[in-house]
Design a protein around this ligand. Sequence first.
Ligand code: NAD
Length: 265
Amino acid sequence: MVNTQPLAGKVALITGSTSGIGLATAHVLAEQGINLALHGLLNDSDGEVLTKQFSDKYDINVYFSNADLRDAKAIELLINDATSALGNIDILINNAGIQHTERAEKFPVEKWSDIIAINLSAAFHTIQQSLPAMQKNNWGRIINIASVHGLVGSVNKSAYCAAKHGIVGLTKVVALENAEQNITVNAICPGWVDTPLIKQQIVDIAEREALSFEQAQYNLVTAKQPLPEMMKPQQIGEFILFLCSDSARAITGSSLPMDGAWTAQ
Ligand code: NAD
């Protein structure tokens, strides 16, 4: 008989899974019976509500943490507590991220530090702490949500591009170091995805150019992305699910654009 849920019972940690791509991915993985460590900046009671929603709907084990990823000690606690609650992390999805746009000479130094900490260093810490158990089990999937800005630059995004190019490099090295074990390490490099992360950029254009939100969004998307529409967060989740499958065993060390031909130009 074909096993229709081959990943059921595995444990996935998805950072930044209270919103956008992370939340949509959590639903995709939960449907497969994967136990989830959810994470993001919600207060404890909203975190409890989210946890209950997932455990009721999918009949899986769920843990929630609102660890601030700017704090390496908090990340260590997150991994330890998630492991105590659910078991070793089999699937690690480094997804949490923030954005701030400004020319380099005006870029606030504290925003630079936050973006590097959340979008890059946090992934190093979670990987470092999750790998030993994956190596012991001879199975693991690490998926880093980079960006098209891990492959190309755009004005006003010095910190974001530096962090995302950095995570592409981190992905390659950890994949090489674990290539002989059943652990794959990949980065996904999305173009525009319809989430709260990019709202401010649309609002800024609408204000500056006196446009409707919809027109500003269309202009933003089509300025660089030939596909004239934003991706849905769930589409990223479904790609992540494929990368977790045995069929994707040979895909490792890759930075995979999902960008409506942005980087084909
Ligand atoms: P989002 O704003 O919807 O979600 C971000 C998540 O990160 C939230 O759960 C939030 O709580 C969490 N987070 C933010 N700061 C944190 C902190 N200090 N500590 C802990 N958690 C924190 O964003 P999204 O668009 O879903 O982005 C997810 C990832 O996808 C990011 O890495 C982003 O760079 C990347 N990405 C997004 C797009 C896009 O167009 N939306 C495109 C390419 C890549």
